[in-house]
Design a protein around this ligand. Structure first.
Ligand code: GAL
Length: 465
């Protein structure tokens, strides 16, 4: 009896937690439902009143409407159930661009298992742009998966990916269309978030193409907080739609470093892109390291600067450059989404991306801060990017050394120069790449030297003896 009464009550609250067509769904002092039925969007008119309107009618809001929407924009924080650690996964874009289909995504999921990547911690299989039809369903306004590319829909694919113990991500855009011209989610946030939840989606990458003028930013927003910029509000509307779903969805903001995203990204999503697209070049790697270093203070549990998807396996990066690519994403705690056809990875490349100790630093459950540059010895030269980094993990203190020059070079640091090691005692060094201890012990005043190949990165853990 009691159980049945409880069940009836909770069913009733689910029904009543959604406002009907044209019903009020928000405003100052409003205590009723703030979510609309599928296909309807809670649209703020002013700070006192929001109403459920057909989702399609709200895309092109009048330019003069922006201020009132801004005043009543949702402030929901991202889910704390997911996204605490930087994501580890794969994304279809760098490997296949728009040439995607179910077979390629399933192949990637199976490779996670067969190549030992799942066992190493890789979890997300993410679909990028070009997965849907060009038009929404005329009646429900839902985005429709392309039936040729995805004959079992995204829900069928999600079920297969989940059956392997993995998670699945989807892609959309905080504008009227994606970069490749497929439906965007601006004005359709609620219906899209509900649809993805029904399909079993675990992760959303949300892009920034085709933004109407009244939703863009040409100057600093009033009050100076970019959280209140038109750009941030477009992303905040999706946060609210995502957190209203019963299952948590990790939220990756793709805004290319626009609108001072590092100042508000952590209040809106779990990670945020800092730049335009990655390329398999040494210049991209060095430039995005510098970009991330300018915003290290924004990184903490649940909030990560995104240096963009991996290029290991693509282009003509040397194996040393690929090691630096991986190590830098690791020690700066960027999401790591592999971006290649994994069937073509060599043993050397697999050894890089499966390195247990580097992944351990990246995925440390007790320390959320990244490594940061330090002065390795009193006369150490300044380079761009810096060459010496130190950070802590639950296993000790770590030093990462990038050789930014095009020649093999001897690098060295004084142990007492490493922040946190102190000026006395004896220390043991451990090579994180090989998983072996360096022989002997070092005093705080000792200098440690190592020959590092061009563009390679050495990685050490240091513990007190
Ligand atoms: C870009 C984005 C890329 C990819 C592409 C798809 O804006 O930065 O990572 O998602 O759109 O069209």
């Amino acid at each position: 009896m009691f159980t049945q009464a409880l069940l009836t009550l909770s069913l009733a609250s689910v029904v009543f937690s959604q406002s009907g067509p044209y019903g009020q769904c928000g405003g100052q002092a409003w205590t009723g439902p703030t979510i609309c039925q599928p296909g309807w969007l809670c649209t703020p008119f002013n700070a006192r009143y929001s109403q459920c309107l057909p989702a399609s009618s709200t895309v092109l809001m009048s330019p003069t409407g922006t201020d009132s929407i801004k005043a009543a924009a949702p402030t929901d924080p991202p889910s704390t159930k997911v996204g605490r650690l930087p994501a580890l996964g794969w994304n279809s874009w760098n490997a296949y661009r728009c040439d995607i289909n179910e077979a390629k995504v399933i192949a990637a999921a199976n490779q996670f298992v067969s190549l030992g990547l799942q066992a190493a911690g890789y979890q997300y299989i993410n679909i990028d742009d070009c997965w849907s039809n060009k038009a929404r369903d005329a009646t429900t306004k839902r985005i429709v998966p392309d039936p040729t590319k995805f004959p079992n829909g995204i829900s069928g694919l999600a079920a297969e990916v989940h059956a392997l113990g993995l998670k699945i991500g989807i892609y959309s855009d905080a504008g009227t269309a994606t970069c490749a011209g497929y439906p965007g989610s601006l004005g359709f946030e609620s219906v899209d978030a509900m649809t993805w939840n029904e399909w079993g989606i675990d992760y959303l990458k949300y892009d920034n193409c085709n933004v109407p003028g009244n939703w863009s930013d040409s100057s600093t927003p009033p009050g100076g907080d970019w959280y209140n910029s038109n750009s941030a509000i477009r992303y905040r509307q999706m946060t609210a739609a995502l957190v209203a779903q019963p299952q948590p969805i990790q939220y990756s903001i793709c805004i290319w470093g626009n609108a001072h995203v590092w100042d508000w990204g952590g209040r809106v999503g779990h990670s945020w892109r800092m730049s335009g697209d990655s390329s398999p070049t040494w210049s991209y790697i060095t430039s995005i390291i510098n970009t991330n270093l300018a915003h290290l203070a924004s990184i903490q549990f649940g909030a990560h600067n995104d240096m963009d998807m991996m290029e290991i396996g693509n282009g003509a990066l040397t194996i040393q450059e690929q090691r630096t690519h991986f190590a830098a994403w690791v020690f700066l705690k960027s999401p790591i989404l592999l971006g290649t056809d994994m069937s073509k990875l060599t043993a050397a490349q697999l050894a890089i991306i499966k390195n247990t100790e580097l992944l351990g630093f990246h995925q440390d459950i007790a320390v959320g801060t990244p490594a940061a540059p330090f002065k390795a010895y009193s006369t150490a030269p300044t380079t761009s990017p810096p060459e010496y980094y130190s950070g802590t993990s639950s296993k000790g203190t770590h030093v990462f050394i990038i050789n930014t020059s095009a020649n093999t070079t001897t690098k060295h640091f004084t142990l007492s120069s490493v922040p946190g090691l102190g000026t006395s005692g004896n220390f043991r060094l451990h090579d994180m790449w090989t998983g072996t201890d360096i022989s002997g012990t070092y005093e705080a005043t000792s200098s440690f030297s190592v020959s590092v190949a061009a563009h390679d990165t050495a990685a050490y853990r240091i513990t007190k003896v």
